[in-house]
Design a protein. Structure first.
Length: 149
């Protein structure tokens, strides 16, 4: 077990890794690191991804073993868990499955998930997040923004 990481998150790491390690050899190619992370809901920037690849493939071999992948992902586990919680919360409010929620729904999500925020902090986030017509928010963009802040 990985210290400080929920067992279901470790299981998600294993499942995602296995999906890309089709022959079961215990490693993936470095070029698969971005797609595997995106499959788990984390969308690193190109710069972040390049840094991660340099970190896990310092010898330039072009492969990432599961143990190294798990160590890397464990450092990002809190972000991944928050992204998953946010997505689940937004899906409750997006009954029509359009990818948008109202500002009032965003307020409720922010008060349910993650750290407790003050009303002022919630207002500031909502004001910066409003990016869809009619005072709505595209929540996938919002989640991606929050994951990188």
């Amino acid at each position: 077990m990985v210290e400080g990481v929920k067992p279901e998150t470790v299981a998600m790491f294993k499942d995602a890794f296995a999906m890309f390690d089709r022959d079961g050899e215990g490693f993936i190619l470095t070029r698969e690191l971005g797609p595997i992370m995106r499959s788990m809901g984390y969308a690193p920037t190109e710069a972040e991804l390049a840094d991660m690849i340099n970190e896990v493939d310092s010898d330039g071999e072009g492969i990432v073993y599961y143990e190294t992948f798990q160590m890397l992902m464990s450092r990002h586990a809190k972000t991944l868990e928050t992204v998953k919680e946010l997505m689940e919360a937004f899906l409750v409010y997006d009954r029509e499955k359009k990818g948008i929620v109202s500002c009032s729904d965003l307020r409720q999500v922010l008060q349910q998930v993650g750290e407790k925020l003050s009303s002022e902090e919630v207002d500031e986030i909502i004001n910066s997040a409003e990016n869809a017509p009619g005072g709505h928010i595209y929540y996938e963009e919002f989640i991606n923004l929050m994951a990188h802040s």
